[in-house]
Ligand binder design. Structure first.
Ligand code: MG
Length: 381
């Protein structure tokens, strides 16, 4: 259909919604939106998207009202990715759709929940195929959402699904058809997908510093060794002596995000200029075209390592993580041991399918639902 509402020029290497490789089940074209806008809208209307509000980023949902959740994280990713896409002449709608959907498959309790669910699947149902959160995000949009009369899932365009599947094991890639191919041929996804991935990294590195400082688990003193933070913070303090600490931190983080976005834009534009892709398929065949300069890449990696060593492995975070792992493991084991404890929709006759349905059920839980469900199964009172 004619994309009259699409006012921004797309570059030749952008993903053009009128050239989409299409949806699994063919549907009449949308009347007043592009195909990628329709995907974005379907994601926002999904049940899995709403549940992101009550899923952990680093802090468990009830620990404080100001901390990021998976939902606010996803919104920050989308906002950064759209800025990048617009500067590079790419499809903002596609990168927004990918960003909003990228964490739909996340379990309760963040990475701890995901690692434990994978461990449970591997130990207790070794033939069932483990648990990968990226793959689960694709599974949510391909199969698990039940909102449309004609099909399971959201029936999204190939380009959106390609972007959602960031990583994937070779064994799984072989079973996935079109979106799995690039993991076998070792090619790249569209630039819109590459940007969503980097926007994810920009978002969490920065908001985890913010949340980490706010929670008191990390300190400004510790951050003196992290060059990207330290140089922006020093700039802010010299320009605004006496500024209250919270505002100085916010101003520092705002400047860091800007530095990262500007560097990523310039570096990517230069690489695109050198590779001169004439189409999105040229992008797929090129080495990654979106990226940071070497210097900023080093600084961003140092920031990431700082967070890993000092926040994600902080003893108070690890205590939460240990509890979360126990909840996920006990739920999984109890349901697998006696599937009659499951809501009827999740019962399956065959063992491997039963294990998969249990992992879908647990992965779909919010933090507080998992805690409640655990109480219902294990507490008498
Ligand atoms: Mg993310």
């Amino acid at each position: 259909m004619e994309t009259v509402l699409q006012m921004k020029e797309l570059a030749s290497y952008a993903s053009d919604p009128s050239q989409s490789r299409g949806r699994t089940y063919s549907e009449p074209p949308p009347e007043n939106r592009t195909e990628f806008q329709r995907d974005r809208d379907r994601i926002v209307h999904s049940g899995a998207f709403r549940r992101l509000e009550y899923k952990t980023q680093v802090f468990v949902n009830h620990e404080g009202d100001l901390f990021r959740t998976r939902l606010t994280h996803s919104l920050e990713v989308a906002q950064i990715a759209r800025t990048l896409a617009r500067s590079l002449g790419l499809s903002e709608d596609l990168t927004e759709a990918i960003s909003l959907a990228h964490d739909l498959g996340h379990t309760p309790f963040g990475h701890a929940g995901q690692d434990e669910l994978n461990a449970c699947m591997r130990e207790l149902a070794p033939e069932a195929g483990g648990f990968e959160h990226n793959l689960q995000s694709l599974r949510v949009v391909d199969e698990l959402e039940e909102r449309y009369a004609d099909f399971n899932g959201l029936n999204l365009c190939f380009e959106t699904r390609e972007g959602i599947l960031k990583h994937c094991s070779v064994a799984h890639a072989r079973q996935l058809g079109d979106v799995g191919e690039r993991f076998l041929s070792r090619t790249q996804p569209s630039l819109e997908a590459q940007l969503a991935n980097l926007a994810d990294e920009i978002a969490y590195n920065n908001h985890d510093i913010d949340d980490g400082l706010r929670s008191g688990l990390i300190t400004l003193e510790q951050l003196k060794d992290v060059s990207i933070f330290e140089r922006h913070h020093a700039e802010v303090l010299s320009r605004y002596p006496g500024l209250a600490q919270r505002r100085a931190v916010a101003e520092t983080i705002r400047r860091m995000i800007n530095t990262l976005i500007v560097d990523l834009t310039h570096t990517s534009l230069a690489r695109i200029r050198d590779a001169a892709p004439a189409s999105v398929d040229d992008v797929r065949r090129s080495p990654p075209l979106a990226g940071f300069s070497d210097e900023i890449r080093r600084e961003a990696d140092a920031l990431k390592k700082f967070l890993f060593d000092n926040l994600y492995r902080h003893y108070q975070v690890l205590r939460m993580t240990a509890k979360a792992r126990r909840i996920v493991r006990e739920l999984f084991a109890a349901f697998l041991d006696d599937p009659r404890l499951l809501p009827p929709d999740y019962r399956r006759p065959a063992f491997n399918e039963q294990a998969r349905a249990i992992s879908d059920y647990i992965a779909g839980m919010t933090d507080r639902y998992a805690i409640r469900e655990h109480k219902r199964l294990f507490d008498m009172g």
